[in-house]
Structures are given as C-alpha cells and as structure tokens.
Design a protein around this ligand. Structure first.
Ligand SMILES: *Cc1c(COP(=O)(O)O)cnc(C)c1O
Length: 342
C-alpha cells in the first residue's frame, strides 16, 4: 500500500562513511547495528557493509541477534549486553558471541559454555558496563576473541579520554585476547592511538558527525520525504496548529505534510525545522502535531497536494534546530516510513 512518508537510505554514503572511518583508524572497522542499525535497518546495513568488507557487527541484546537471522560465515555478530540470568539459553543457541560485562556474567559463561569463545568489556571509567580493572583475575581460563572498553566522552576534548586510554593499555597488557578494541565513532576521529585492532563505529556510519575531524568527510545517509496532504492560505491575523503559536502577520501560504512526532519528528522542530522543495527552504510553522506539520510555502506557489518535499535531516543541522542528539534523531524514526534502499 502507498505510504505518504519515505526514508531513503543512501547505501553508497553508508559505505563511504565506513571506509572513511576504517582509513582514519588504520585498522579494520566493525559496525554497531544495534537498535535496527539506529533505525535504518540492521539487515540491509549488514548486507551493504559486509559487501564493502566489514566483518564485525554489534547488537545490544539477543533478540536483535535472532531477528537478524543468518550472518555471513566470514563475519561475526557480537551481543554487547552479554549473558544475563535469562539469556543463557538464547546465547547457547546463537552463533553470535557475547561480550561479558561483569564477574557474574563471566562465571555464568564459564559454567554454561566452558571454553567457548567470548568477548569481554572492561570499564575504564564510564561506570556503565564492564569489569573493573581490579577484577580481571576473574578472566583466567576464558577464551577471549576481543577485549573491549568504551569511551564516555570521546565527542569532547575531555581529560577522561586520555585516562581511559591509559587504563585500557594497562589492562590490555595483562589480559590475553586475539584483539583489543576501544573506539566508537568519536574515538575513531580522535586519532590512531585509540584504534587498537578494531574500531566499533555506529553513529558516523549513518551520517552523524561526532567531532569536527569528521566534518566534510561523513556523508548524509538518511533522507526523509513527506507528501503534501493539503495546501492552504492562512489569512493575516489567523493562527496555525495546536496552541496557535504561529500567527500570520500577512496572508501566508502553507503546505500540510504527512509527518509528525509519532514518526519521530519530535516537537523540538516546532517553528524550528525546515523542509525543502528543490532549492526552496520551507520553514515549519507552529507546533509539530502527532501526524502532521505545516510549512511555509510562499516561495513555491505551484507546489500542491500529492507532491513530495524533503525534510532537512542533515544530522548536525537538525540536532541544532531541534535540541535532539544526532543519535535520537535516527533512533526515534517511526514505523510509518517506507524504508527504501534503492
Ligand atoms: C553503541 C556502541 C558503539 C557505537 O557508538 P557510536 O557512538 O554510535 O559510534 C560502540 N561501542 C559500544 C560498546 C556501543 O555500545
């Protein structure tokens, strides 16, 4: 059935971004495809990046691994949240590999799957997931593919970056593993000291700019278009939308578009977002509704019902306009989009 809202994924931009990150790192780059590849489609993302040479894929939880289905034989799928008390059965049945995050998870895995290969997360200062450096004795006897840590502030120039790097080097020197990995997208941008043997970008694959080093290098991947439901004239002195927050000071041409906060176009875009009809910028008028927005279209007198306009979804720009993070902009995109991988 026809859908009045489209999300088009530019797979050549996706591949370009992955290659840029791998070049920047100087080591192989994996791909974080958790949360359905940040809302764009995990299976298609895996297929496109595997075709380009990516061999390491990361999801958060076991149902994500299961929903992905078969993973190419020369690639590995890794489950970041590891093996909790309710995950043992799923983990044993899966070809994916867990990242063990605590002493409890380590002993659970040793018991459930003695000798079976796993990854391990070390907490070097974020205090989210991972064993503390003083708990590494628990790792004796494990067969570790990749030893990970994760940066808390890589998108800023923060003292914690160098401190985490130093702690991870110390742990890496003591814990035998096939590979070591520290950097997400932002960490990959900081510089090759952070690369180790494998980087784990997510956001920047999908067009996010985590740090200035990526500006002008990373290309937009997600493009959103909405169809016009109706065109109308808002007369001088009249308002438009909930709360009557927009009041026309002169007769104003408006196009009402098929997108709203239920689609992830959240209310932060009220009076701040922009759509494009060709080269014409059409600013959002008043509040975003659940399923609709109004945009000013005085500049395009001919545009009408049924035509498509592109919503400005350049992630840094849209983040600035809406107050949402670049991550939230992607992961909140709803289920009413026709997701297209042309
Ligand atoms: C999500 C995640 C990544 C990817 O992070 P980005 O900031 O999106 O590049 C890498 N490593 C871990 C452990 C993660 O949870």
């Amino acid at each position: 059935m026809h859908r009045p809202l489209r999300l088009t994924i530019d797979s050549s931009a996706l591949v370009h971004n992955w290659r840029w990150l791998a070049d920047r790192a100087g080591v192989p780059a994996g791909a974080a495809i958790k949360a359905d590849a940040y809302g764009l489609g995990a299976r298609e993302t895996m297929r496109a990046l595997h075709g380009a040479g990516c061999r390491d894929f990361f999801v958060s939880v076991w149902p994500e691994a299961e929903e992905l289905g078969a993973v190419p034989g020369d690639a590995s799928l890794v489950v970041l949240h590891g093996v909790g008390p309710d995950d043992v059965e799923a983990a044993l049945a899966s070809t994916a590999r867990p990242v063990l995050n605590s002493v409890e998870q380590v002993s659970r895995w040793k018991q459930a799957a003695p000798g079976r290969v796993c990854d391990v997360m070390i907490d070097t200062g974020m205090n989210r997931l991972g064993l503390r450096p003083d708990e590494i004795a628990a790792l004796n006897g494990l067969s570790i593919d990749t030893l990970h840590s994760h940066l808390a502030c890589a998108d800023e120039d923060h003292d914690l970056n160098a401190a985490q790097l130093q702690r991870f080097r110390e742990v890496a020197a003591q814990v035998p593993a096939k590979r070591y990995s520290l950097a997400n997208s932002a960490g990959t941008c900081i510089g090759p000291d952070y690369s180790f043997d494998l980087v784990r970008p997510g956001l920047a694959l999908y067009g996010g700019i985590p740090r200035q080093e990526a500006e002008g290098q990373i290309q937009q991947v997600a493009h959103i278009e909405a169809q016009i439901v109706q065109r109308r004239t808002i007369r001088a002195g009249e308002s438009c939308g909930y709360g009557a927050t927009f009041v026309a000071d002169a007769d104003t041409e408006a196009a009402i578009l098929n997108i709203g906060y239920a689609d992830g176009y959240l209310r932060g875009f009220s009076s701040k977002g922009t759509a494009f009809a060709g080269e014409f910028a059409l600013p959002v008028l008043g509040r975003v509704s659940m399923d609709l927005i109004a945009v000013r279209c005085d500049a395009t007198p001919d545009i009408r019902e049924g035509e498509w306009v592109e919503i400005d979804y350049d992630l840094p720009t849209a983040s600035e306009a809406s107050g949402l993070s670049q991550y939230e902009l992607l992961t909140t995109l709803g289920s009413r989009f026709e997701r297209r991988w042309p």
